[in-house]
Design a protein around this ligand. Structure first.
Ligand SMILES: [Zn+2]
Length: 475
């Protein structure tokens, strides 16, 4: 839809009260209004949600916003509704009455923005409603698209079915209907970009990549020769920070609990945070941290999305993730206010002879990934060649994850979000779990500027000559 630039800007000013777009907001809005697919890599805090909210509000018809977490949807929908804008959300915890209200609003085409998780989107009753030919849908937005890369073939397999969503919706609508698809994420290296583009079946997407460099984030890596030394490095670092707000990342629930209790026993005020805690406990911890009652939390990757605290002065990785893009996402929680923040990664010495900790953990992750892939390939022989996910899940509880893995490896095609076909021949070379960890390894043990390496890894060409002047290598 061609919309006059003056109208766009007028609506933007009227709704949000800003003077003008921050680049590349204006270009993204234009792209979405013309109905093109897009992949947008834009750091958090860059005014990302406006880029899809404004086009949705300027058109008649519905835009679906797929988001991984209820808390994220609630924040955005609350802000929109405070401005009297036609937005709603659907999730499994809604009361029956609330749910019915949203369904009615969709049916009467009163909504412009509908927020929901991939799992809710694929719930049969809603899906049936969305497929009604007379219901106009303009666009699908995948927010926090890195979740597809991180979780799509583990515990959120519904992500892997989203490519078929657009295809099926278009097929259900009157001939010539176009539905655009745009994915937004804070970080994506070239590998993650390919995964997102292929999985969502984006059609020649316009790609917007904002440079991930942040001049106020000071990265450093410290090699540890024993687990004792790792702990003491952490302790020393935290004590120097003198109760400034921060975050410590571990990789497993158990590690976060053990480390938090060890630090607490030495008189530091902290708690563990992970997905195994109840929602109420988590909200309380988030609140206490935001208000400064707890200076830092020891967390798994469950902490972060939807929790906004701009003055985080430091981030320590007691253990690093396997994926470089996950790492960049996590350090990006530091210094959102633009003030300086120190980010430190503690890692085992590279040979793994003296301190086997990281090596053992990496092997464990790689083995368990390999194990799940093996199971998926075994299940492939038992599954019907053509089948329905609901039906095969009744017989094989692991089917949803297995189908997602088969899809990721190119063995499976979703005819629609529910029906699959398994192919005999591999459409592409599967990615080995070992390859995935290599970029992270090079970041930690490489010689050059940390930021220079990250820029190269994220596909920015100036990376190789880049010297930031404020990482541990440059200093
Ligand atoms: Zn540097």
């Amino acid at each position: 839809m061609a919309v006059n630039q003056d109208i766009i800007l007028r609506e933007f000013r009227r709704i949000w009260g800003y003077d003008d777009f921050r680049p590349p907001q204006g270009e993204i809005v234009q792209t979405l209004l013309t109905g093109r697919d897009a992949l947008i890599i834009m750091p958090t805090g860059g005014g990302k949600s406006i880029c899809f909210q404004l086009p949705a509000l300027l058109q008649t018809g519905l835009t679906l916003v797929i988001s991984p977490l209820v808390a994220l949807m609630e924040n955005q929908v609350r802000e929109l509704r405070e401005k009297q804008l036609p937005a709603a959300l659907l999730h499994s915890e809604l009361l029956v009455g609330q749910r019915r209200q949203v369904f009615t609003a969709i049916e009467q085409q009163k909504l412009r923005l509908l927020y929901l998780s991939p799992e809710t989107l694929l719930s049969p009753r809603l899906w049936e409603l969305l497929c009604k030919p007379e219901l106009k849908i303009n666009a699908i937005i995948l927010d926090e698209a890195h979740c597809l890369v991180q979780w799509g073939d583990t515990f959120r397999p519904a992500y892997r079915r989203l490519g078929a969503v657009r295809r099926s919706l278009m097929a259900a609508k009157p001939k010539g209907t176009k539905i655009s698809f745009a994915a937004f994420t804070a970080t994506a290296d070239p590998l993650a970009q390919t995964v997102i583009t292929e999985c969502l079946e984006l059609q020649q997407p316009q790609v917007f990549r904002l440079n991930p460099y942040r001049s106020n984030l000071n990265p450093s890596v410290r090699i540890c020769w024993s687990s004792r030394q790792r702990y003491h490095n952490l302790l020393y670092f935290i004590q120097k920070k003198q109760k400034q707000p921060g975050l410590v990342y571990t990789r497993t629930r158990r590690d976060s609990e053990e480390l938090a209790s060890r630090l607490s026993s030495q008189g530091l005020v902290t708690v563990a945070y992970h997905a195994g805690l109840g929602g109420e406990v988590r909200r309380r911890i988030e609140g206490d941290w935001i208000e400064g009652k707890i200076p830092f939390v020891v967390s798994t990757n469950a902490f972060g999305m939807g929790i906004n605290k701009s003055d985080v002065r430091w981030v320590v990785h007691y253990q690093v993730p396997l994926l470089l893009s996950e790492y960049v996402q996590e350090i990006g929680r530091g210094g959102r206010d633009g003030e300086s923040a120190d980010v430190l990664a503690l890692v085992s010495e590279p040979t793994g002879w003296l301190d086997r900790e990281d090596k053992r953990r990496a092997e464990f992750f790689i083995n368990s990934m390999g194990e799940t892939q093996k199971q998926a390939l075994q299940l492939r022989r038992k599954l019907p060649q053509v089948g329905d996910i609901e039906e095969v899940s009744k017989r094989y509880p692991q089917a949803a994850i297995a189908l997602a893995i088969l899809h990721a490896q190119g063995y499976l095609y979703w005819q629609d979000p529910f029906k699959y076909t398994i192919r005999d021949n591999l459409a592409k070379k599967p990615q080995s779990p070992t390859d995935i960890g290599n970029a992270m390894h090079r970041y930690l043990y490489g010689r050059g500027c940390r930021w220079g390496y990250l820029l190269t890894a994220f596909g920015f060409s100036q990376g190789s000559d880049f010297r930031c002047g404020h990482c541990d290598r440059c200093r």
